[in-house]
Design a protein around this ligand. Structure first.
Ligand code: 5AD
Ligand code: SF4
Length: 351
């Protein structure tokens, strides 16, 4: 083991703040060092958050998107994709199923689809909150400050808006017409509006280095991010990045583990992308820092069309199948299922 590697781990163990160089050292871990890194992250997760895994049921309610991100199958120029939108009643039915199965959080995710106005979504959120004891996370992409406010007022608790990469040039290349700075400004709005804020990044993007990944982690820590979705980039045939090589399981796990050490109290999901590149992906993620799992609650008939990337887990599943699959991963990792809403630690302390 390199001395600087041992030193970084030891300082993390004492609760010291890791520097960018420390994180690069951790991300550079060889096979043996990786084992130690994963154990340290697992221990940090157990110390700060315990053994419980929070279930967040996700309904992907629309695959329409006005943006044209180079890495994503939902991009506007992908004309091969059959587009769908769930009706409000279908979303409510999905929310009922999510609660019935035992999830305490519902994630409503879509492409950037202005068909659903903030008023329309707000009405939906009010109805769900009246009927069901669910925390609500929104993942709707870039909206106006006013929209974020309306949705918060309606009862939404959290918002996921990933920064994707901290490299501003790479960001604008991958997300044409948008800038990292504006994305981060939105994260600030969300925080100011009272949301628990989630971010995250992809691992293995073309042009990304270990230094970029370390920068991603530092950025999230500086932004006071409470949840971070980290997973491998998976190239899709119907995107301009079809020929790129994707992110590996190993580097995704190292990034997750390093994030856990840098942000010990954050909620870190085992992303569907990590589950999609390896059959044991979720179990492995749970064992190197993750404490959240996101079973897919999208009705089966729409799943194949929410094709952000190919080979996505559970395309033939019903919501119940997906829930059971998540339970199995938690059992396989010898962990327990949380019965609470799984709010962020910052939120828990404030109430
Ligand atoms: N591979 C992995 N993750 C992807 N996402 C989008 N495209 C891909 C891909 N090709 C992730 C992004 C986005 C979320 C909806 O899905 O991080 O925020
Ligand atoms: Fe749209 Fe999000 Fe995909 Fe970009 S990553 S094309 S904003 S769904």
């Amino acid at each position: 083991m390199r001395p600087e590697f041992a030193d970084a781990l030891e300082r993390a163990g004492h609760g010291e703040q890791l520097t960018k160089n420390d994180l690069i050292t951790l991300l550079n871990a060889d096979k043996d060092e990786s084992r130690t890194l994963f154990e340290a992250a697992d221990q940090a997760r157990a110390n700060t958050l315990g053994d419980e895994v929070h279930f967040r049921g996700i309904i992907e309610f629309s695959n329409h998107c006005m943006k044209n991100c180079l890495y994503c199958g939902l991009r506007r120029d992908n004309q091969k994709l059959a587009r769908y939108r769930l009706k409000p009643e279908e979303i409510i039915e999905g929310a009922r199923e999510t609660a019935r199965l035992g999830c305490r959080t519902l994630v409503l995710q879509s492409g950037e689809d202005c068909y659903y106005s903030a008023d329309m979504l707000g009405e939906l959120i009010v109805k769900i909150k009246e009927e069901l004891d669910l925390a609500i996370t929104l993942s709707l992409g870039d909206r106006t400050k006013k929209d974020y406010g309306l949705l918060k007022k309606a009862g939404a608790d959290r918002y996921l808006l990933k920064h994707e990469t901290c490299d501003a040039d790479l960001f604008s290349y991958l997300r044409p017409g948008t800038r990292l700075e504006e994305r981060l400004e939105r994260q600030v709005w969300l925080r100011e509006t009272g949301y628990q804020v989630g971010s995250g990044n992809m691992v293995g993007l073309p042009g990304q280095s270990l230094e970029t990944l370390a920068g991603d982690i530092i950025l999230m820590r500086e932004m006071g991010i409470e949840m971070a979705g980290i997973g491998p980039f998976i190239p899709g045939k119907q995107t301009p990045l079809a020929k790129a090589s994707g992110g590996s399981l190993e580097l995704s796990m190292k990034t997750l583990a390093a994030t856990r050490l840098a942000m010990p109290g954050a909620h870190l999901p085992t992303t569907t992308s990590i589950a999609s590149i390896h059959p044991q992906g979720r179990v492995k993620a749970l064992q190197c820092g993750a404490n959240v799992i996101m079973p897919n609650m999208t009705p089966r008939q729409y799943r194949a069309s929410y094709m952000i990337y190919p080979g996505k887990l559970g395309l033939q599943d019903t919501p119940e199948d997906s829930y059971k699959r998540a339970v199995k991963a938690v059992n396989d990792a010898c962990r327990t299922i949380s019965r609470g809403h799984g709010h962020s630690l910052k939120y828990e302390k404030a109430v």
